[in-house]
Design a protein around this ligand. Structure first.
Ligand code: HEC
Length: 238
């Protein structure tokens, strides 16, 4: 009788409702990959009949995954902040997940292959250029005080919020886009074409942070890809 109780939060986290078009389901791909994922993670995946009821969808929108059965397949999350869905998306795109998909060869021939390289490149090019620049700028301009990546987590001023913590705030984008106006930065930060020079009687008390608007955009691109610190967990603290 206990089993008839409604799903608790934990159980709900461990169930992903997946939608895929019939043509893809009929290849048998999901019977091949889903048990492997579920065994490893203890997260159950249920195929549902309509995309509107799904946490995740295979189709033509979202992030490219593999090609086969007549098209390029993308996965799109239809639900954010759901543990099971996050784990499944991550696994599908991991080396193990992709090997499991491309290893599916029902009649001895693989049905799915990795997508052509150009597609990934075209999609990621502008972003990744910026992200790399953003990380290097964060290290040179911000890591004096903030932890900006794993390597600087342990070496910076403990009381200054890390980029991971700031990233978990709902208005992180606004804060980063205007950080030069938010204390303590105005005293030591100048953005070309944006901020006034330091007043003569109040020069920057430390080696100033000098930057451009484009450099702030690059930092935003980098921070956008950071994994936010899990502030919900009492064990994580800065
Ligand atoms: C000299 C030390 C120092 C440097 C360098 C520095 N910061 Fe900060 N920053 C701080 C401190 C201290 C705080 C916390 C202020 C507070 O809690 O009131 C902060 C807070 C922030 C916040 C949150 C502000 C708010 O009010 O919500 C953002 C965003 C931020 N910093 C971005 C940056 C970026 C981007 C850089 C590099 C370009 C940078 N900081 C460089 C010391 C620094």
């Amino acid at each position: 009788m206990l089993l008839a109780l409604p799903l608790g939060a934990a159980a709900e986290d461990r169930l992903v409702r997946l939608y895929a078009p019939d043509g893809l389901v009929e290849t048998g791909l999901f019977k091949h990959i889903l048990p492997r994922f579920s065994l490893k993670t203890q997260i159950k995946v249920e195929l549902v009949a309509g995309a509107d009821k799904a946490d995740m969808e295979f189709g033509r929108k979202g992030r490219v995954l593999v090609q086969g059965a007549g098209q390029l397949w993308h996965i799109q999350r239809r639900r954010e902040g759901h543990n099971g869905t996050d784990r499944l998306a991550k696994w599908l795109h991991s080396d193990v997940g992709l090997r499991t998909i491309t290893g599916f060869a029902p009649d001895g021939a693989a049905l799915f292959t990795l997508p052509p390289e150009e597609i990934d490149e075209v999609e990621d090019l502008s972003l990744s250029g910026d992200v790399v620049l953003g990380l290097s700028l964060s290290k040179t301009k911000c890591a004096r005080c903030h932890a900006v990546d794993d390597a600087t987590r342990l070496t910076t001023i403990g009381s200054t919020p890390s980029f991971f913590v700031l990233r978990s705030l709902s208005d992180w984008q606004e804060r980063f886009a205007t950080f030069y106006d938010l204390n303590p930065h105005p005293a030591f930060t100048q953005v070309a074409d944006l901020t006034d020079p330091f007043p003569d009687d109040r020069p920057s008390p430390i080696v100033p942070v000098l930057m451009t608007i484009d450099e702030i955009s690059a930092i935003l691109a980098y921070v956008s890809g950071l994994q936010a610190a899990d502030l919900g967990s009492p064990l994580v603290h800065q």
